[in-house]
Each structure stands twice: as C-alpha cells, then as structure tokens.
Design a protein around this ligand. Structure first.
Ligand code: SF4
Ligand code: SF4
Length: 441
C-alpha cells in the first residue's frame, strides 16, 4: 500500500538513537507482576467523574466495578485484584496534586477468581461494562467512540501500532504476544461500525511485531499491516490518518468524521477480551526502562504503584535525575514514587544524571525550526512568547488549543525553550476561560 508522509515531524538525531539502543528492553516473555496492594484512582478517563460504590471493609473480586457514573461519557473502574478495601484516601496524581483512590489489599480466594461481564450484553455494551478507554493515552471512553453520529459512514478501522515515543515497547510486545486478540478487537469494531477494511500501522523498527501481526492478518478478510517510517510523531492519530488515508482530522470535532475509526492496539486487545472472554479492563502492559537494573515490559494490575514496579525491576542504576510517566516527548515527570499507574500508563522511563540531557533555556533566535516540525502547522515560538507575556488572546488567535502536545518544537529548539509546556498551559487556560464563559451565560 502506498503511503503519504504527514506534515512536520522529524527523525530522531544520533544521540537519541544511541540512547534508544542503550535503553532497549531485551526479554523473551512478558513479566507478570501481582502486588499485595493496589491503589486505584476512581477516575481514569476523560468525561464525567465516577462515584465510588464500595466502602472500607468490603471484599471485592477482581473485575468487579468499584466506581462508575451513569453519564454517557464516562468509564467504569474495576478492582484489578481480589481482596479487601482497606482505605479510601487522597493519593498523588500525575502532574502534581491529588486524586482519590481505593486502596485494596490482596486476599487469596479460591472461590472468587474473577468477576465477569454479563454474557447476554451486546458487544458495544460489554465494551462499556469493561471500562475500556483509549489506551494510547487519550483515555476517551471507547463505547462512545464506537457510537458515532448517524451521518458518519465509517469505512476503515485503523489499529495504531506505531508507538513512536522513544524507549517504550509496550505495544511492540503486545503485538508480538497477542496479535490474534488485537485483530479480533479490530474485527469486533468493524462489525459494530459496519466498516469495510482494517489497517494496522506499525513503525518499521518493530520487525517482530510486524511479522506477528502479518501472520495473524492472513486469516482475516480485507485486513492489512502497513509498515511506516520511523518518524516522530507517527503514532499521533492525525498523523496516522494523514499517512494511511491522506485524511485530515477536523480542528474541532472528532477524527471519526474522516470515515476512519482509529484505536490503539492495546484498546483493540481490551475490546476482544471484554467481548469474547467477558473480562473488564484490569491489567495492561507497561515498559519500565532507562536507568533501572532490569528494564522490562510488565503486565501489571491497574493501581500498582511506581515504587513497586521499580523494585520489581531491581531498583535504580545510579541516582535518578528525572523519572517520566509516558514517553520522553509527551510524558510527565513523576515527583512521588507512590503514584499509582492507571489505564493511561504505558511507560516509566528513568534517567540518571549521566543520561538526563537537560540544558538551561536561552532567548529565541528566530530560527523557525519549531514551525517547520509542528505537525499541526502552528507557530510555537509566537504562542510561547505571547503566553510568557500573559497575552492569552493572541495565544487563542494563534490556535494554541489545536496543539497535540507532541513535543516536536521543544526537541528541535536550539535555544532549549520548553515550548510544548507553555503551549499546553496556554491551551488549558484558554479552554478553562471559554468553559467559564459558557457557564456564565
Ligand atoms: S507541541 Fe504543539 S506546538 Fe509544538 S510541535 Fe507539537 S503540536 Fe506543534
Ligand atoms: S526553534 Fe526555538 S529558537 Fe528557533 S524559532 Fe523556535 S523558539 Fe525560537
């Protein structure tokens, strides 16, 4: 299949490629980690907040709902282990601040192995009951995405296996180990949406995943694996659409309006497990790598704390200088090791002082490189300058809210300006201002 090249973006430089090689995870089989205690935040999705439906002292079975909302745009949260609720308290949240969580202590039980979804439900309702959200990081409820407006005619299901952030190999391993289930998830989405073809986009640097997915795709009608260049941010939804279908996502509105339904391969896997095996979303794959003794991809129960996974990997190598949740391009710093991992967690990267190349910022030299790489054709340097001078109106005029927070501008900036961070702040403040104006009407 002939592919297009998306606008902007870049190829990683030799120093990042060297580090990619150094931080590469070498393992044959997936490691399974089962902690004695999990800390499960009530809200792990974009949408209406959940309400807790258990109390301290309750016995809960793996897969049982512990927090939910009746609002359409919401995602149920289940306990990922069988045990007793021992506390309900505030715990660290990603990006600082606090979130409320249920603390569950594991109690082995032969009689209560797993709570399963009602077999009489439709596929779509099973996806909702399982609490599935976009596992590529967006955490938008999948059942809502599977129910687009009537005028939208979905022709193509795209399974996103690009995983373009450096160092993270969670989807790579999932595709190697669970290719059939991932494609089954794609088939279920195709049935629900009455779409024609399934395309799986994978970057060329994952040869084992490509081979496994191609092998599984042979058995399925109109289902094709497409190899993609290793160009960042190839895994962005808009960039994948541009590459595979030459389609452009609308600035306002949903990408499904292009006639393509895009989900991450981990989301497709979760769909298959919910529909065929009646399992709720309780576990996912995460890459723990960088400066830890045994870097690896681990299948973990949601609510596992960062410190437990670091210990499972043998601890740090040297003194950690920076720990990132997600990839180094779009991820956020972890400031408290008791942070629980959630549906949005696909990687923890540790940098010690030897590998943390943080340099101080200097003034913009107007080189325009940030503009050249911006995949959504913004003017990062001008939004950054406007935000720093408190001019939110100009940030809005320059479409700061269209930023996809890919980090390309920050990566290429010779003045080391943290453009993506200021633009993200500008975008959230503009959105908050507009929401407040709407509420005041
Ligand atoms: S972070 Fe935003 S402004 Fe910067 S390159 Fe990406 S989309 Fe453009
Ligand atoms: S890349 Fe950096 S120095 Fe160059 S124009 Fe953008 S902000 Fe200025």
């Amino acid at each position: 299949m002939k592919i297009n090249h998306f606008s902007g973006g870049f190829f990683f430089d030799s120093s990042t490629n060297k580090l990619k090689e150094l931080f590469k995870v070498h393992q044959k089989d997936i490691a399974y980690f089962e902690p004695q205690k999990v800390v499960i935040p009530f809200d792990q999705h974009i949408g209406a907040p959940n309400e807790l439906i258990v109390k301290v002292g309750d016995f809960v079975t793996k897969g049982e709902i512990i927090a939910k909302s009746s609002a359409d745009i919401s995602g149920h949260v289940h306990t990922s282990i069988t045990g007793q609720v021992i506390d309900i308290c505030d715990v660290p949240a990603l990006g600082g601040g606090k979130q409320t969580a249920a603390v569950i202590q594991h109690i082995p039980s032969k009689n209560h192995l797993e709570s399963l979804i009602d077999e009489n439900l439709s596929s779509e309702t099973k996806v909702r009951a399982a609490g599935i959200v976009g596992l590529g990081g967006a955490t938008f409820p999948t059942h809502v995405k599977l129910n687009p407006a009537d005028h939208i005619d979905v022709q193509t299901i795209i399974l996103n296996g690009a995983e373009c952030e450096p160092f993270i190999a969670s989807d790579d391993f999932l595709m190697q180990k669970e290719s059939r289930k991932i494609l089954r998830g794609g088939e279920i989405a195709r049935e629900i949406l009455a779409a024609k073809q399934i395309l799986i986009g994978i970057e060329e640097d994952k040869p084992k995943a490509i081979a496994a997915m191609k092998n599984a795709a042979i058995e399925i009608d109109n289902c094709h694996v497409v190899c993609l260049p290793v160009k960042y941010p190839q895994g962005g939804e808009g960039q994948l659409l541009e590459t595979l279908l030459r389609a452009e996502s609308p600035l306002e509105g949903r990408s499904v309006e292009t006639g393509a339904f895009t989900i991450n391969v981990a989301t497709a896997f979760a769909i298959a497990e919910s529909v065929d095996e009646r399992k709720s979303l309780t576990h996912r794959y995460v890459t723990i790598c960088g400066d830890v003794k045994t870097p690896q991809v681990i299948c973990f129960p949601l609510g596992t704390q960062v410190k437990d996974l670091i210990n499972y990997c043998g601890g740090f190598v040297g003194t950690p200088s920076r720990i990132i949740h997600g990839g180094p391009m779009m991820g956020k710093s972890v400031t408290d090791l008791s942070l629980p991992l959630t549906k949005a967690s696909n990687g923890i990267i540790v940098f010690n002082e030897a590998h943390d190349g943080k340099l101080p910022e200097s003034p913009c030299i107007r080189c325009n490189r940030c503009v050249e790489v911006c995949p959504v054709r913004l003017e990062p340097q001008n939004i950054d300058l406007a935000y720093r001078s408190g001019d939110l109106f100009t940030c809005d005029q320059l479409l700061a809210t269209a930023c996809i927070n890919c980090g390309c501008c920050t990566y290429v900036c010779p003045a080391k300006r943290n453009l993506a961070a200021t633009i993200t702040k500008a975008s959230s403040e503009i959105k908050a201002q507009k929401e407040a104006q709407e509420d005041g009407k």
